[in-house]
Design a protein around this ligand. Sequence first.
Ligand SMILES: NC(=O)c1ccc[n+]([C@@H]2O[C@H](COP(=O)([O-])OP(=O)(O)OC[C@H]3O[C@@H](n4cnc5c(N)ncnc54)[C@H](OP(=O)(O)O)[C@@H]3O)[C@@H](O)[C@H]2O)c1
Length: 202
Amino acid sequence: MNVGIIGAGRIGTALARLLTRAGHQVKVAGSRGPEKLAALVGELGPNASAGTSQEAADFGDVVVLAVQWDQAKNAVASVSSWRGRTVLVPVNPLRETATGLEIADTGGRPPTEVIASLVPGALVVKGFNTYLAQVLAEDPAVNGGRRIVLLAGDNADAKRKVADLADSAGFQAVDTGSLAEGGPLFDSGGPLNGLGRDLLAL
Ligand SMILES: NC(=O)c1ccc[n+]([C@@H]2O[C@H](COP(=O)([O-])OP(=O)(O)OC[C@H]3O[C@@H](n4cnc5c(N)ncnc54)[C@H](OP(=O)(O)O)[C@@H]3O)[C@@H](O)[C@H]2O)c1
């Protein structure tokens, strides 16, 4: 599959590493232009390339929005239209401060609903948000089982594409339902969010 990754920080890089290793093609984009990502692309090998955010979005059967909560609005503005695109959102409603992480104010709305409102017409799938980046990059086969990737989304085809990506990278995708039902289960503060590396399919 072709995957566009907007945001080549910790999670974007971990996903790029996982997916290129699984044989997928990725195009990564950052806020400072494709040339700044040359070293990363070189390290990832022939399945990786860099582009603008628009190029990454156009490239991807799935587009990953791998930016921080406060960066999402700016990042999505670089793409002319989101209509019909399958968008994987690992974004948690967190803000990094000098003293640590704090929960962002979502105005009482489910966080993924806020992100979905920034990408009108997109087929949004929440997922890959429950593991620290360094855990995500590890081999997901552990203790005789496979790490689980929880997914939520309103479009079955979009969710299937993301589930196929997760499965091909060695995870077990688990569908928790719609964005409204499943999202809050594993978003920051949700009952399944903290289970991180221990949630296995045996
Ligand atoms: N880190 C984790 O362990 C972890 C775990 C689970 C979920 N998450 C979630 O994953 C998301 C990303 O987190 P992260 O830790 O990967 O953050 P990060 O390391 O700070 O990476 C964010 C990346 O987004 C890029 N970016 C910022 N504005 C952009 C724009 N306008 N256009 C394109 N790219 C832009 C930045 O690129 P430049 O450097 O070029 O500005 C940066 O590399 C967050 O929402 C977080 O809640 C993170």
